[in-house]
Ligand binder design. Structure first.
Ligand code: ATP
Ligand code: MG
Length: 259
């Protein structure tokens, strides 16, 4: 059976992905991996809202998603960015299919805190049948992080959390977060390997902050006996050299999971 890797591509990096990033993906496909992409889109959504003179508020680093904001989020994530990213892969001969987490009911979600965050969802279930159908036929699914409630109301889902949930449901062997920094840094220096305990410590003491918090938390939640390591890498560079991943690797430890 083929092994599966889920790759989350940060919104800030989509238009800056290096040629070596795409060749690293091609190398993974050639080595027989199933590859699934999930992407973010923060900066483009912010720009579009500004152009349309729609005001947004942030609470705890998350955008309050009113109905008006949700329409723009859907337009930018499932429209512009999803097709842009799929196109970048197609251009390089990789068989990408752009989807939203709403298609085929992939991401089922429920409201997190409507009063505080509006139409922001937390993933309650993932239906991977359609994604698996694509993988079996050698397509590369590119998924925008949007979901539906039980009543088919669209919700905005954090892309790091969506990637972790999809990886878990697919029984993926690897999960990788592609972002705009080399990995988790401390005083500007890359930390190559970490375990869950160290990640908690760095969140508590503020070394891990801002957008790295939901990412680090998604890493921790996704680790299991099947998915034993999660990587955070820089999309501006090659993440795979001599079959070695470059960046921060967070590893699963049995005793940590039990505690
Ligand atoms: N200890 C840390 N090490 C590295 N980056 C950190 C750390 N603490 C905070 N950060 C910030 O986290 C950012 C990455 O998260 P961010 O949410 O901005 O990007 P992304 O998740 O890749 O993109 P998107 O949210 O659009 O999907 C870095 O650019 C950096 O500013
Ligand atoms: Mg982020």
């Amino acid at each position: 059976m083929k092994q599966t890797i889920v790759i989350k591509c940060g919104g800030s990096i989509i238009s800056e992905l290096s040629e070596s990033f795409f060749s690293s993906i091609r190398n993974l496909k050639t080595a027989g991996w199933n590859v699934v992409l999930v992407h973010g889109g923060g900066p483009d959504i912010t720009n579009a809202l500004k152009q349309m003179h729609i005001k947004t508020e942030f609470t705890d680093g998350q955008r309050k998603t009113t109905k008006e904001v949700m329409d723009v989020v859907q337009m930018i994530l499932a429209g512009k960015l999803n097709k842009q990213l799929a196109g970048e892969f197609l251009k390089r001969g990789l068989n990408a299919v752009g989807l939203s987490g709403q298609d085929a009911g992939i991401l089922c979600a429920e409201l997190l805190d409507e009063e505080k965050l509006g139409l922001v969802g937390t993933v309650t279930a993932v239906k991977t049948e359609f994604v698996e159908l694509l993988l079996k036929n050698d397509y590369l699914p590119v998924v925008a992080p949007l979901g539906f409630t039980d009543d088919f109301e669209p919700l905005n889902v954090n892309a790091d959390a969506a990637a972790a949930s999809i990886a878990r449901q697919l029984n993926a062997e690897k999960l990788m977060f592609v972002t705009d920094v080399d990995g988790i840094l401390r005083e500007g220096k890359l930390i190559r390997e970490m375990d869950a305990e160290q990640v908690h410590t760095l969140i508590d003491n503020g070394v891990i902050s801002g957008g790295m918090i939901p990412k680090a938390e998604a890493c921790l939640r996704s680790l299991s006996e099947n998915l034993t390591e999660v990587m955070i890498v820089n999309g501006k560079k090659a993440f795979l050299e001599d079959n070695q991943f470059k960046g921060t690797k967070i590893e699963y430890k049995k005793e940590a999971a039990a505690g």
